[in-house]
Design a binder for this molecule. Structure first.
Ligand code: CTP
Ligand SMILES: C[C@](O)(CO)[C@H](O)COP(=O)(O)O
Length: 228
């Protein structure tokens, strides 16, 4: 069986989510913290050899006190993240065991992932060596000036918004991080693109939204409660 390692980056500052004590990955969603939704899904999959959650060093005491037991129970390894998302994932990669054939990176802030979506992107990566979930942009895109006025309408043909998981054959992502980890990007496909490696795009879902603002949490609660 092809085996996948999974890295769940959860070490961000959650600044766009706004005030309050808890970062977005720790707030409760349908009875469990946001990060644990995808952690449980991946940890339960027979094709996943290991799961690593990457947390902020500032959160380590809180995380181990509140979630150390469940991490042991479901087999999730805790790793400390870095300044940028790229740093955090590089730390995650360093912690993985070397037996898996593929490495999948999934935002811990995307609790709505489901096994059908994971099957689709895992199968696409197994076929081509690299694949991501994404959604075609539905609306009209405007570039807006610093003064708050439209400077141009951006043609949307062929424009998709990347989601996660982003899944790569182990040597491909290792080479990308070895070469470009010091040139941070907002997603992992950006680093692999720099290698010139083709990346298959698989249609994701609105259910796989990233919790970024408080509004996203409200939407996620509605979407996921209707689904379960
Ligand atoms: N240094 C970082 C930055 C981000 N992330 C993770 O990468 C995912 C996507 O990042 P984003 O949604 O931007 O999270 P934050 O960086 O926390 O958000 P913000 O930009 O609002 O601070 C999140 O699960 C976040 O925890 C991470 O592990 N390490
Ligand atoms: C990886 C990602 O979720 C794909 O859309 C996105 O790039 C994360 O960006 P963020 O600024 O770290 O939220």
């Amino acid at each position: 069986m092809i085996k996948f390692s999974v890295i769940l980056p959860a070490a961000g500052r959650s600044t766009r989510f706004g005030g309050g004590e808890l970062k977005k990955v720790y707030v409760s969603l349908l009875g469990q913290p946001v990060w644990l939704h995808s952690a449980r899904l991946f940890a339960a999959r027979p094709d996943v050899s290991d799961v690593v959650v990457v947390i902020s060093a500032d959160d380590e005491a809180y995380f181990r006190e509140n979630f150390g037991e469940v991490c042991q129970e479901i087999g999730v390894q805790i790793v400390l993240g870095g300044e940028t998302r790229t740093d955090s994932i590089a730390n995650g990669i360093d912690a993985l065991d070397s037996s898996s054939h593929f490495i999948a990176i999934h935002d811990a802030a995307r609790p709505g992932i489901d096994n059908a979506m994971v099957d689709a992107v895992f199968n696409a990566a197994a076929a081509s060596g690299a694949a991501i979930l994404a959604l075609p942009v539905p609306g009209t895109l405007k570039r807006v000036s610093a003064e708050g006025t439209i400077s141009e309408t951006v043609p949307r043909d062929g424009i998709w918004e990347a989601q996660t998981p982003q899944v790569f054959r182990r040597p491909v992502i290792l080479e990308a991080y070895e070469k470009f980890r010091d040139e941070p990007a907002t997603d992992d496909a950006s680093l692999v693109e720099r290698l010139g490696h083709p990346i298959t795009v698989v249609k994701g879902s609105l259910n796989n939204l990233k919790i970024t603002t408080q509004d996203d949490l409200v939407v996620a609660q509605r979407l996921l409660s209707e689904r379960s």
